[in-house]
Design a protein around this ligand. Structure first.
Ligand code: UN1
Length: 513
């Protein structure tokens, strides 16, 4: 009997094979190390990917530079048209690509498709943006002078992505970078190389249909040594946009800043929800469960800490435990399943270590946390999501464990809860559930949450693409996706034009006669 997630037909539709070249720079190549893409669903090999050699990295950068040099001359709205077509191609492939995300990253179907929807949304956003790359005009202090600023493309943008949003984060960067006139060189996660290949094939076809050099969307699969480090050190890449752990981001940031390049970092989160006595318990429970259990706790926006007012903590705990008991765990492609596997057995180990550490510090497991075994949980990556009681100052609570562990922490007054929200190194997402206008507003003041994302009566995860996405402190400071994040992919040029017959100097300086 064939297993429910036999990928053969899907692979064919997406142009994948058993062994796939993992480098695209106008041509598909890959003569480096061959890696396995392992499905976390059953721990079996989904397919093989031939990664880049050092020489192929070099050829790829050259191809991306060359593609940029003609792409930057294509008018921005015309670049938008290519991205509009990319959005439509993604619409057509939504189910297939979503399923591949499920196979390779272990997301449930709704979340796999949701990831593709984020790609479609950012394409739409970028199309509009392609006619709105506005600069300012500025009043000059000199007569018959005009000042303005204009935005030019940067060049080749390096994009490093993580397994948990294996393609959406590429699209946030690439759709914007492309309408801004840049080309992109992409190093995908070694855990999700097939989704990267399938996505690049879709982008390649759109380019070819339009006679655009497809190397504007260059792909270089490979490890840190062969590809990642070369990218961060490469002066031909003026911007490196990297998503992943704080440890990785610190390295990237250091190396890139040493050559005075720009980096756009989306690193760890340690996101908290504050639940006040006036909150709607129903909303809070739903927000917390989606934030903590969704994507098996492997979003950078996942809810990891809950600060509940001590008067409602017992009730909230009970509601959460009973909601957790309803969560169906299993093959993420099966309907009704809400939580799939963790990405790797290493992630399972990290979760177990964190739980032990928590207990050592005095915390208690209130529900779950264990590794699941048995025929319906093959591959050793399925866990029961964990609810634990904790204190805000435990060391482990200040760390981001990329797994479904939720720390429940009592608080007594809101100032203290906000202080604890802010007491961790990370600063990505945060939320308050309250029906008290004063509490909500306090949370949003300059003395409130210190995170890049602050929500009221919405959980910490599941942001729309229209806002700027990112956070401060150890989260890295980058903002990507919506709002004016496009400016990160362009260089600003201030222009002063003199249309008089004199040469007046600024600040009224007289220089000679
Ligand atoms: C990530 O986990 O790296 O806000 C990105 C969210 C998603 C994106 C998460 N839209 O949860």
């Amino acid at each position: 009997k064939k297993s429910a997630f036999s990928p053969a037909a899907l692979f064919k539709r997406l142009g994948l094979r058993d062994v796939n070249p993992g480098v695209f720079n106008g041509k598909w190549t890959g003569n480096g190390k061959v890696i396995n893409s392992i499905s976390p669903i059953d721990g079996k090999v989904l397919g093989k990917v031939k990664q880049a050699t050092a020489e192929e990295y070099e050829t790829s950068v050259q191809a991306a530079v060359k593609a940029y040099e003609s792409w930057r001359n294509v008018p921005a709205p015309r670049r938008g048209e290519i991205i509009r077509q990319l959005g439509n191609a993604l619409r057509a492939a939504k189910k297939d690509l979503g399923q591949l995300v499920s196979l390779e990253a272990g997301k449930i179907t709704a979340e796999g498709e949701g990831e593709v929807q984020e790609m479609i949304d950012i394409c739409d956003f970028a199309v509009g943006l392609s006619r709105q790359l506005y600069g300012l005009t500025i009043a000059s202090e000199r007569p018959q002078h005009r000042m303005m600023e204009q935005w030019h493309p940067l060049g080749v943008v390096g994009v490093i992505t993580s397994f948990n949003f294996p393609i959406a984060v590429w699209s946030w960067n690439s759709a914007l970078a492309a309408v801004c006139g840049n080309s992109v060189i992409w190093k995908p996660s070694g855990q999700t190389p097939l989704t990267a290949i399938a996505t690049t094939k879709i982008a390649e076809k759109v380019c070819r249909d339009n006679n655009i050099d497809p190397a504007i969307f260059t792909l270089v699969s490979g490890d840190a040594e062969t590809v990642g480090n070369r990218m961060t050190n490469d002066r031909r890449l003026p911007l490196i946009s990297a998503t992943g752990s704080t440890r990785m981001g610190r390295q990237v940031g250091e190396v890139v800043s040493k050559r005075l390049g720009r980096s756009l970092l989306e690193l760890g989160g340690n996101n908290a929800i504050i639940v006040t006595p006036s909150a709607s318990m129903d909303l809070a429970v739903r927000g917390i469960v989606f934030g903590a259990v969704g994507t098996a706790g492997q979003r950078c926006t996942s809810t990891r800490r809950v600060f509940a007012h001590e008067s409602i903590l017992p009730q909230l705990t009970e509601r959460l435990v009973s909601a957790y008991k309803q969560v169906r765990i299993g093959n993420p492609l099966e309907s009704g399943v809400l939580m799939g596997p963790l990405i790797s057995t290493r992630a399972v180990d990290a979760m177990q270590t964190a739980i032990k550490e928590l207990q050592r510090e005095g915390g208690k497991v209130l529900y779950g946390g264990e590794l699941l075994s048995g025929a319906q949980f093959p591959g050793g990556r399925y866990v029961r999501p964990c609810i634990a009681s904790a204190k805000g100052d435990y060391k482990i609570v200040h760390e981001e464990t990329f797994a479904p562990i939720l720390y429940l922490i009592p608080y007594n007054n809101l100032d203290e809860a906000i202080a604890q929200n802010n007491a961790v190194p990370q600063g990505l997402s945060s939320a308050i559930f309250t029906n008290e206008m004063r509490e909500a507003e306090q949370f949003l003041t300059c003395c409130g949450s210190d995170c890049g994302i602050a929500n009221v009566n919405i959980g910490t995860s599941g942001a729309e693409i229209g806002g700027a996405f990112g956070g401060d402190k150890d989260t890295g400071g980058g903002r990507e996706s919506g709002s004016d994040s496009w400016k990160a992919y362009m260089r600003r040029q201030t222009v002063t034009i003199n249309y008089s017959t004199q040469l007046p100097l600024a600040q009224g300086i007289q220089f000679g006669s």
